[in-house]
Each structure stands twice: as structure tokens, then as C-alpha cells.
Design a binder for this molecule. Structure first.
Ligand SMILES: [Zn+2]
Length: 511
């Protein structure tokens, strides 16, 4: 193939004989030149400009050399050199050696980058060695990095960018060695959105560390929308990050049936923090302070509060925690289609013949334990397909049917926490499509989950309630302010009006 032939160059390595004759240790300061004549047939056709005095400080640092090796196009021909130019009779002090093809190929490579992702149980040393770096070199890099970053802080999912020199090196004089392993040039990682740390090879054979900090600004925003086909889509349209949406959905899952309670015209609002970098780009989501859902005209606001340091929860205006013994939506509510579009689904709803509640959701949607308890059953169960039953106390149990998969570790006798994923939506057993069939059992028989009354969660009292009231009022003032700003921003022509008003104040005779 012509294309492949073009990519392969022919290289010459020239050594300054004067330097060798002077008994200088050439590995320290060799005087060398490299040439790159190319021809499809292998016949030298030209030499890109060479310099007999170009020096290489580090025997390994020959990356500049690759610049003299190009592809077989005009650039090298235009140089107007020929092989004769390296003839010892022309340049008496130069000796030229033709390089093996593999070396030329290796030299043509630019430094490469590779991104590796930290997995559970990985150490930085293991990651670097797995990436083909020699232990000694990896150790040096880690040592260099440790002045700005503790490698034990590595977390699964963290990306690390490794920069390599191509896997070949020159040993001077005139010994060319292709190494099996690549040489590490540097590594960089971003332990947080605010900080990047890196090491780069320094001139002394070690690694120098550097830390770059990105100052972030926390901005509290209020966003919301009218719920269309699904909460998820509405949130995306309103610019609400999934992390904030998920926090709201989880908090309301104790009270709201996300499949059936949502009607046309219903809406939600979330007040949360955005972390922005200097360019104003949102790089992370902070805490959700407030959320509210308006369902069938009834607004349910909830506020973040820490009754005890580090232990936050959401509370309604009366100071009652949203937390209840059982979730009303034991599935990721954001993934459910709004109930009003799904009403006609024949398998939905609770009736005499159908003693459970169905949540239609895509196969694979995580199913959560509605409450904490002990797994009583986790197996194939006739028409129920893959089935899990959880006993919460001597009276109540919940059951989940038609799963595609039961989560690992969920077997009879296992303890589960409320909200823990116990399996995934499917359509196993007698089922007409992917959905979760959910039952609440009382004394062994099914009851209508809607009719079950559970005691409410924690209620704030005394000093805690007073502190909550004060914080809530502060949040309400902030919400009112953000709402006014949103209205001003969305009012058409508002900016031109205010510009006109400003003009009138400053230059009344022009405006
Ligand atoms: Zn069902």
C-alpha cells in the first residue's frame, strides 16, 4: 500500500567523530545529526536539513529527533540534501549509520497520552506498572507527586492521564535499543474540580510536581418546571442536574407515587447550589436546600435541615421529617413516565383481582427496598417471576415481582436498608411488559398500599424546631428573591426598559 510505504521513513544516525576522538563521554554531550531521506523504493531522495552541532542533552530525550523523520512527501524532498551529504568524505567528522526500520518507526511517534481509570483496590503503583511503566520509574513519579498529593486518596473512577515517550531509546554512541517498555514523561490527575496535580520529568532524571488550583464560586439557584412526559425530561429541559433531581425524588418518594400522583399541570421546583469555575461554567452540583412539588394544586415544600451535625434530612414546614417507614415509590421515580400518560395501561392500578401496585419502567431500572428489614424470599416464584419479599416487622412485609435480576447479596435472611437496591425491573413470570409489581402485605395477606397509614418520621421540637423555623424563613426569603430575579429575567423587553430608565436618569435630554 502506497499510504503505508509513505509513513515508513528511512533514518540515518550520524555521530560526530570529533567528539568521540576527543574521548569525551558521548552519552553526556554527544554531537549528532539525523537525516531522513525518503523514497518509496527505499532509495534516498533527500535529506531534511541537518545540523552537525545539534546536541542531545539526555540520551533518552530524542523526541526532537523524530521531527527529522517525516512522511514521504514534499517536505523532505524540498530540503535538497542527498545521502552524499553525510558521506564521510563530505563531512569528514561525521559517521552515518542507517537506522533499523523499526527504530525509525518508533522515532516517528510523538509522545502519547493514555488515560487510565482507578478501579476498586488499585494503588497508584499498580496502575502505573499495569500501564507498562517500570517499577523504579513509577516509584520516582509517585515520590515526585507526593509533595502535592497523597496517592492514598485515590478513589475508584478517578482518571489519570499518563504521558509516554515512545517505546524506544538511543544509547550513544551508535547503539540503538528498542525498549519493551515505554518511558513515562509525566502524569496528571484532577482529584477535585478545584484542583489538578501533575508531575513531569525534570532535567535531572526525576519528576517535578505542580499543582494548579481552580477557584470555584458557589451560586444558589432556583429551577423548576411543569412536568411533561417524565420528571427526568423536565429536569433536563430546566437545566437541573441529575444529582439534584435524584435528591428531590428520593425525598418525595416517601409521600408521592411518582407513577399515579402526577397530573397535567403539576410542577416542581428545586433550590440548589451550583459550583462554577472562573469561566462561569458549572462544574459541580452542591447541596439541595429546598424542593417543592405541586400536585393537583397542592404544594408540598420541604427544607434541608441538620438536626444533628452532619446528619441532614428534609422536613416539611411543620418540622416533620419526610422519612417514613415505607417508600411509596420503591423505584427510581425520575425514570417513570408520568401517571397521566400511563393510566390506560391494563395492568396498572389496584383492584380486587390485582392486589398490588404496578410501576411501568424500563427494564433494568433499579428497585429499592421500600423499608428496612430482612429478606424473607428472593427466588423465582411462579407467576410473579423473579420475586423478593422483605419482612419489616411482625406485621408488615413488602413484595417485588417480575424482576429481570435480583441484586447480588439479596437472599433469604439478608438484612436490607431502606432505599437499598434489591433488584431490577423486568417482565419475568406472568407479565405483559417491563414493570415492577409491588405489594404491601399485612399479616400475610395483601393490602392496598395506598390505605396503609404509617407513623410519620422524626418531628422537630423545642430548640431544634426554633432553629429550623429560623433557617426555613431565611430560605423562603431567598426563594422569593430568586423567583423575582427569574421573573425579571424572563419578562420580554425588561432589559431594554431598565436600560431606558438608567438612560433617563443619567442623560434626561437624550432619552
Ligand atoms: Zn401487578
Amino acid at each position: 500500500m502506497a499510504g503505508m510505504a509513505a509513513a515508513l521513513g528511512i533514518g540515518y544516525f550520524a555521530q560526530d567523530l570529533a567528539a568521540r576522538d576527543a574521548q569525551q563521554p558521548v552519552t553526556q554531550r554527544p554531537q549528532i545529526a539525523a537525516t531522513a531521506p525518503f523514497d518509496q523504493s527505499g532509495k534516498p531522495s533527500g535529506v531534511q536539513s541537518v545540523s552537525a552541532s545539534t546536541s542531545i542533552e539526555q540520551p533518552r530525550d530524542w523526541s526532537w529527533l523524530s521531527r527529522w523523520f517525516g512522511d514521504n512527501d514534499g517536505a523532505s524532498r524540498q530540503a535538497g540534501f542527498s545521502e552524499r551529504d553525510l558521506d564521510p568524505t563530505t563531512y569528514a567528522h561525521l559517521a552515518a549509520t542507517r537506522l533499523p526500520e523499526g527504530v525509525v518507526q518508533a522515532m516517528q511517534r510523538e509522545p502519547t497520552e493514555q488515560v487510565v481509570t482507578v478501579k476498586r483496590g488499585d494503588t497508584l503503583m499498580k496502575l502505573l506498572v499495569d500501564a507498562g511503566i517500570e517499577r523504579g520509574e513509577a516509584h520516582q513519579a509517585i515520590e515526585g507527586l507526593s509533595s502535592v498529593y497523597d496517592p492514598r486518596q485515590l478513589r475508584p473512577g478517578q482518571d489519570i492521564t499518563l504521558t509516554f515517550l515512545p517505546p524506544a531509546s538511543l544509547k550513544l554512541p551508535l547503539e540503538i535499543e528498542v525498549e519493551r517498555k515505554s518511558a513515562l514523561l509525566g502524569l496528571a490527575l484532577q482529584p477535585s474540580v478545584e484542583r489538578e496535580v501533575q508531575v513531569r520529568r525534570d532535567g535531572n532524571g526525576g519528576f517535578a510536581a505542580e499543582q494548579i488550583e481552580f477557584p470555584l464560586q458557589t451560586v444558589t439557584v432556583l429551577r423548576g418546571g411543569r412536568i411533561n412526559s417524565s420528571l427526568y425530561e423536565t429536569a433536563i429541559e430546566a437545566g437541573i442536574p441529575i444529582a439534584a433531581l435524584w435528591e428531590m425524588v428520593r425525598a418525595f418518594s416517601f409521600d408521592v407515587d411518582f407513577q399515579r400522583d402526577i397530573q397535567p399541570g403539576d410542577r416542581f421546583d428545586i433550590m440548589f447550589e451550583e459550583l462554577r469555575n472562573e469561566a462561569g461554567d458549572v462544574v459541580n452540583t452542591g447541596a439541595v436546600h429546598y424542593a417543592s412539588m405541586t400536585l393537583s394544586g397542592k404544594t408540598m415544600p420541604i427544607f434541608r435541615f441538620e438536626p444533628r451535625p452532619g446528619e441532614f434530612d428534609f422536613f416539611d414546614p411543620r418540622g416533620e421529617s419526610v422519612r417514613k417507614a415505607l417508600l411509596r415509590t420503591p423505584i427510581d421515580g425520575a425514570r417513570l413516565s408520568s401517571g397521566y400518560g400511563m393510566r390506560k395501561h391494563p395492568i396498572l392500578g389496584y383492584g380486587k383481582m390485582h392486589r398490588g401496585i404496578d410501576f411501568a419502567a424500563p427494564t433494568g431500572t433499579p428497585i429499592m427496598a421500600a423499608g428496612s428489614g430482612t429478606v424473607a424470599k428472593a427466588e423465582w416464584f411462579g407467576a410473579y417471576g423473579r420475586y423478593v419479599q422483605i419482612r419489616h416487622n411482625s406485621e408488615f412485609a413488602t413484595a417485588y415481582a417480575h424482576m429481570s435480576r435480583i441484586a447480588p447479596g439479596i437472599r433469604a435472611g439478608a438484612r436490607v436498608q431502606q432505599g437499598q437496591v434489591i433488584g431490577y425491573v423486568g417482565t419475568t413470570g406472568r407479565s405483559t411488559g417491563p414493570h415492577l409489581h409491588y405489594e404491601v402485605l399485612k399479616g400475610g395477606g395483601q393490602v392496598n398500599p395506598m390505605s396503609v397509614k404509617f407513623p410519620t418520621g422524626e418531628k422537630l421540637e423545642g430548640k431544634d424546631f426554633a432553629r429550623f423555623q429560623k433557617e426555613r424563613q431565611g430560605m423562603e426569603r431567598q426563594i422569593a428573591e430568586l423567583r423575582r430575579e427569574m421573573q425579571v429575567a424572563s419578562r420580554p423587553g425588561s432589559s431594554s426598559r431598565s436600560a431606558k430608565a438608567a438612560c433617563r436618569e443619567e442623560q434626561p435630554d437624550i432619552c
